[in-house]
Ligand binder design. Sequence first.
Ligand SMILES: N=c1c2ncn([C@@H]3O[C@H](COP(=O)(O)OP(=O)(O)OP(=O)(O)O)[C@@H](O)[C@H]3O)c2ncn1[C@@H]1O[C@H](COP(=O)(O)O)[C@@H](O)[C@H]1O
Length: 106
Amino acid sequence: MEAINRLMTEIRARQTTPKVGSYTNYLFDKGEDKILKKIGEEATEVVIAAKNDDKAEILLEVADLTYHVLVLLAEKNISLAELATELESREGKLSKTTDRKAIDTL
Ligand SMILES: N=c1c2ncn([C@@H]3O[C@H](COP(=O)(O)OP(=O)(O)OP(=O)(O)O)[C@@H](O)[C@H]3O)c2ncn1[C@@H]1O[C@H](COP(=O)(O)O)[C@@H](O)[C@H]1O
């Protein structure tokens, strides 16, 4: 998704060129524990939104979670290209997992 690429580019830019009032810089300044805490909070909010069956709330909370996960990737110096490589390495393997589950239920 192009929007995710643009957001990641903006997050990486905050690392090299901090901006006054930037929430991303606030997170980087606070450090890893703060970023991890936010991911935990946002993940919980995704769960609550899903249990409420509220599509608008789910989208909002997944967007918040996505942002915080991207900040973590940037903090750990992991690129979206590396994430894509990991996801692509799984392509084709999922069907095998499905087949295995089907066999397990026989
Ligand atoms: N996508 C996001 C984004 N999603 C969520 N958030 C922030 O995440 C915070 C989550 O809200 P909370 O109420 O849980 O947290 P809080 O009370 O504000 O702060 P905490 O002390 O709890 O951390 C809010 O302050 C949101 O603004 C984001 N902040 C920034 N971005 C994007 O990141 C880019 C860079 O933004 P800046 O770093 O702010 O310039 C821009 O494209 C922004 O749109």
